[in-house]
Design a protein around this ligand. Structure first.
Ligand SMILES: *Cc1c(COP(=O)(O)O)cnc(C)c1O
Length: 481
């Protein structure tokens, strides 16, 4: 509420404002130092800023508070309230945890894959300590960070060699730059995709200095289109996974096998496949999607493949490149490899994720991404009805029904795939669904839901048991306010 002085000028209060050195001597100052671990310099600055702000308001004849008293204590108390709020802001992070109740497993805006417990544990240990990141412990000599996960990638993909860069976009760029600069790269028009976040194959190609040779049409590309385009200048045939869209109807694209056969007839032409997501687990055998596992693509004879670490693989952000040793060797030696190199925390997360794949089915299913995708409708329904029961006990103004629906895999992967799920549709008798969704988002942690037809939908595919009770508490706090 604004207090306006009416006839009295607010300026009269100026002389009651305490000077900074008085504030510094107060108990409140000392308490803030202790409570927030903030330095004395910083705290003094904040006191000064808040003091200036108040002085400014008084000079403008405006005070955003109740009617002031004619004494210094009043102002001291007011200043410290403002100072505490400012210090609290300082210790808050921009990055906050979010409960993803949308059911979209690889939600790009919510950070794609989340890591499992084992993976996190390994990251924390490696980040908090010195490690053998580039050191051979047995020999006491310098080592290479490329060695950390290379043999694991070899095992899970069957490739001769492998390396890791910052993300798959970086992998595409490095490969084009290092192996096709000033040369031609043949790509089907049906695969000149734009992935979210304005990653366009054609633009990356331009940046890399490789010349794009487009073949075929949007819906059809034949083997002879590629054949005709091969010249002395051809460095590479690039096949790009059309991740986030699907051309249906009268279509034709050339299988990897045929491209492998074609490139074998031409020395020095590399066949590289940008797999986008890159799956190490055969989702097909559960009737989910049509993605080939990376191992099969390598087996067909691709010279190089690349894929993301944080899409269907379920690991940290990374770009994994696997393929022929001679080519990987060239990539590792390129100057850009250093520019695009990966941090020890990423290596730790990736190592622990790949280990899970090597350990087998049980460990794999502990990777949250895999767990969430492979969950049965019954498991999701059990959680949804537990939520429904608890919500209805909470407050009679809430209504909640369970409905059959579908969740998406997300992250631009398997755009066609609909995973059967059970969602909870919630309404409140006096709060609109719009308002309910906003209030849930503003909770700590933030809860992100889906909205449709004046209802708030929660899909429990991507919600853990622990998160379920947090959500219930949040719904409770919303009605208490
Ligand atoms: C997602 C994707 C990329 C980009 O991968 P990031 O790891 O996000 O950099 C590149 N190519 C394809 C085909 C993709 O699906």
């Amino acid at each position: 509420m604004n207090f306006r002085s009416g006839g009295l000028k607010m300026k009269q209060y100026l002389r009651y404002l305490p000077p900074v050195h008085e504030l510094q001597k107060s108990d409140a100052y000392e308490q803030l130092l202790q409570k927030y671990n903030v330095s004395s310099d910083r705290l003094t600055n904040i006191c000064q800023e808040e003091l200036n702000g108040i002085r400014e308001q008084l000079l403008q004849d405006e005070w955003q508070g109740k009617e002031p008293d004619l004494n210094q204590e009043y102002w001291t108390k007011n200043i410290f309230e403002k100072v505490e709020r400012a210090v609290e802001q300082l210790s808050q992070y921009y990055l906050k945890t979010v409960i993803n109740a949308t059911g979209t497993v690889l939600h790009t805006n919510l950070g794609r894959a989340r890591l499992g417990e084992k993976q996190i544990e390994h990251v924390v240990k490696v980040a908090a300590n010195y490690s053998n990141l580039e050191y051979k412990i047995e020999e006491g000599k310098r080592g290479s960070r490329h060695d950390i996960v290379e043999s694991l990638i070899q095992q899970v993909t069957g490739a001769e060699a492998a390396m890791v860069v910052n993300n798959n976009a970086a992998a595409v760029y490095l490969i084009l730059r290092a192996l096709a600069k000033d040369k031609e790269v043949i790509v089907s028009r049906g695969q000149l995709v734009e992935i979210g976040g304005s990653f366009r194959i054609s633009s990356i190609m331009e940046e890399s200095g490789a010349r794009l040779v487009e073949v075929g049409t949007t819906n059809k590309t034949h083997l002879y289109d590629y054949e005709k385009a091969i010249t002395e200048e051809t460095a590479m045939i690039l096949k790009v996974h059309t991740s986030n869209f699907k051309v249906i109807g009268f279509t034709e694209s050339v299988e990897s096998e045929e491209l492998v056969e074609l490139k074998k007839k031409h020395d020095n032409v590399i066949f590289y496949e940008d797999l986008g997501s890159g799956v190490l687990y055969d989702f097909k055998k559960h009737g989910i999607g049509e993605e080939s596992v990376v191992k099969d693509v390598i087996k067909l004879g691709a010279d190089l493949v690349s894929f993301s670490g944080d899409k269907l693989l379920g690991g940290p952000q990374a770009g994994i490149i696997a393929g022929k040793r001679e080519l990987i060797q060239k990539l590792k030696k390129h100057q850009l490899a250093r520019v695009l190199r990966v941090d020890k925390m990423t290596f730790a997360a990736l190592e622990a994720t790949l280990k899970a794949y090597i350990l087998g089915e049980q460990a794999m299913k502990e990777i949250p991404t895999l767990h969430d995708i492979l969950q049965t409708v019954e498991e999701i329904e059990a959680r949804a009805s537990k939520f429904q029961q608890q919500l209805l006990e909470l407050d009679r103004h809430y209504k909640c029904c369970l409905e059959k629906d579908f969740s998406q895999v997300g992250g631009g992967t398997m755009p066609e795939e609909k995973l059967p799920t059970v969602v909870a549709a919630v309404t409140h008798s006096s709060v609109s669904s719009e308002e309910l969704a906003v209030r849930l988002r503003l909770c700590t942690p933030s809860i992100v839901t889906r909205q449709k037809d004046e209802k708030v939908y929660l899909d429990f595919r991507t919600v853990t048991d622990d998160e379920l009770s947090i959500i219930i508490n949040a719904f409770q706090s919303l009605v208490e306010d």
